[in-house]
Write a new protein. Structure first.
Lengths: 347, 347
DNA sequence: GTGAAAGCGCTAACAG
DNA sequence: CTGTTAGCGCTTTCAC
């Protein structure tokens, strides 16, 4: 309840001028040890703590030493791992991190970024929704540095850190093709999300390279969350001519497929690794990426920009890794060695 | 690169006084529509955005509309789910959230909270490490509201939201006892963490109630992370007189046990539910708590305090739920119905 | 070494 | 309806 004491209060208590207190608090040299001691004493007695907000208002280098981190959903393990590594990089440099989730809603994204910007953030690590391009351009014109991560903001001239979603997906689909599958379903999240478009493109590309047409009946976009994905898989599998294999476009969709797979059998490969994927029966093969590395790299780029790096926008592509755990199944033939009950094609 | 335009710039551009711009920006009534329009136009032309930091410095209600959220590890799904719900509550009220992870290190906790406080946060949602009590008392004296979540800060007179760890654990251990186990191991994280002490107390209590002595050889504390936990389990099981059942004190330890369980058989019940626990073989029984509810409740309490609620400190205890999925095994007897390979006692 | 004055960008409290 | 003055808590600049 007590009002926070100010430098003025400390100055009065120590019997010196406000300016002397400022110097002591800022750790400047040129204050007599005795005076400094008196000031320190008053600071302790009053419980004074510097107001960094007022400080930054007046300082020449008008930086707030705060960055904003805007992700789709902080509760999603992928984004929280990314967030943690951004936070670590910021902590190392004495920066603070404001966080916000967008839920992939451009309106909320705008709200959040507006508020961050009004708080004078020095920069933004952004997992962009589809919209708000002109708005971001305006922010950048005002001096806010922006780095995109996970997805680029097309049409915005900023640094971006992401993985090669297309190639990663093509590899995974090729893995299914190599095991004899030809009716391969694609299930993904909303196509408005760049990663989802890229992954679908990778799927199309791998199918085309194998001389196979994509059957539109086997493609489902717009799956938000596990239950929706599970339901979609169920419908696909219950339809007349079901797929023998499924490629899932993100971790949540994969989990939905695992859910649906308990009562049905099909080969499954998904984008994004997840905890316990190796402990399932069968263990799930995935295209894995490293969210912590994405966050770390994005933060490093951002701090470089804040420190004055004004080279042309960079695009960093991190590697994906295909992890074959066996759930790719075989379209025809006996169960996998080891006798495990694989999500295996029925025909 | 361009300096951010200020109200002064807008005033000049619109040919009005600074005060008129202030009124328009604040959305106050009592400005002639024509004048307002001229100002709006200037704002648009210059890309002006209000500096909320300068604003808060002068406003009567000296609130920054920012709270700090301090957790053990933002990358941990438990804390990230909690964080998301805190953020949602803040967003609804137009508050911003600064985040920081402590890694359970009091020094980092202090660093982070200091920096938050210097930024004039109105309040703190805190998953406290063991230390820094006097420091927090000083913060509160300065008017920073504090609410603890997941763990209380003993000796600090603040609101706290947590679950009944002791009772939840006792229930789980009783479940193992009921199924005939008597050599039940306890594996947990560092005892400096309140939840871990409580859970161990629940274990002791349930054992004592069953008239069983705790065998110190079956107790391991201080397990940080999955690999350490897996290693500890391995050692326990390879020792002369191994346990037939394991209680694990948090999600990471449970995952370590699952890892170790692939090559060994023992009953297992853990604190904290986790994704895919129901999809493992056997499905893992757990004491579950709701991190989102913890975060939401803590945030609501905090905003109540910020809004002036000065009632005595409240302690909210949320329910845990024991979810029996079968991994409790039977100390003696046939595999569980359904023929699943249960982590079952060997003897 | 120390202090007085000015001002960062904004709003409160008054005038007109 | 609009403008002037003062000042939030601090740092800059320039005196002494």
């Amino acid at each position: 309840m007590a009002a926070r004491p100010t430098m003025k209060d400390v100055a009065r208590a120590a019997g010196v001028s406000l300016m002397t207190v400022s110097r002591v608090v800022a750790g400047e040299t040129g204050v007599a040890p005795q005076t400094a001691a008196r000031v320190e004493e008053a600071i302790r007695a009053l419980g004074y703590q510097r107001n960094d907000i007022a400080r930054n208002l007046r300082r020449k280098a008008q930086d707030s030493r705060t960055i904003g981190l805007v992700v789709d959903d902080l509760a999603n393990p992928f984004f929280s791992a990314l967030a943690r590594s951004v936070e670590d990089e910021a902590y190392r440099r004495g920066f603070l991190v404001l966080v916000g989730s967008t839920n992939d809603d451009p309106r909320r994204e705008r709200d959040v970024v507006s508020a961050f910007s009004a708080r004078q953030v020095d920069g933004l690590v952004l997992v962009p929704t589809g919209g708000n391009r002109p708005f971001f351009r305006a922010q950048m014109a005002r001096g806010v540095k922006v780095v995109c991560v996970d997805r680029p903001a097309t049409g915005l001239d900023v640094d971006c850190v992401a993985v090669d979603n297309r190639a990663g997906t093509a590899t995974a689909v090729r893995h299914l093709l190599d095991r004899g599958h030809s009716r391969i379903a694609y299930l993904g999240d909303r196509q408005e999300i760049w990663t989802q478009r890229e992954r679908y493109a990778g799927y199309e590309q791998a199918m085309a390279a194998a001389g196979l047409a994509v059957d539109p009946a086997l493609v489902r976009h717009g799956l938000r969350g596990v239950p929706e994905a599970a339901k979609a898989i169920g419908e696909l599998m219950d339809a007349p001519n079901p797929p023998t294999a499924v490629f899932s476009g993100n971790d949540l969709v994969t989990l939905g497929a695992v859910d649906a797979g308990a009562s049905r059998r099909f080969a499954l490969v998904g984008f994004d690794d997840f905890l316990l994927a190796d402990k399932l029966d069968p263990p799930i093969s995935v295209v894995s990426q490293d969210p912590a590395a994405l966050g770390r790299t994005a933060a490093q780029l951002l701090f470089g920009r804040i420190d004055g790096d004004d080279a042309a926008a960079r695009s960093v592509v991190l590697a994906t890794r295909f992890i074959d755990r066996g759930s790719g199944g075989d379209a025809v033939g006996p169960p996998l060695p080891g006798g495990r009950a694989v999500y295996q094609a029925a025909e």
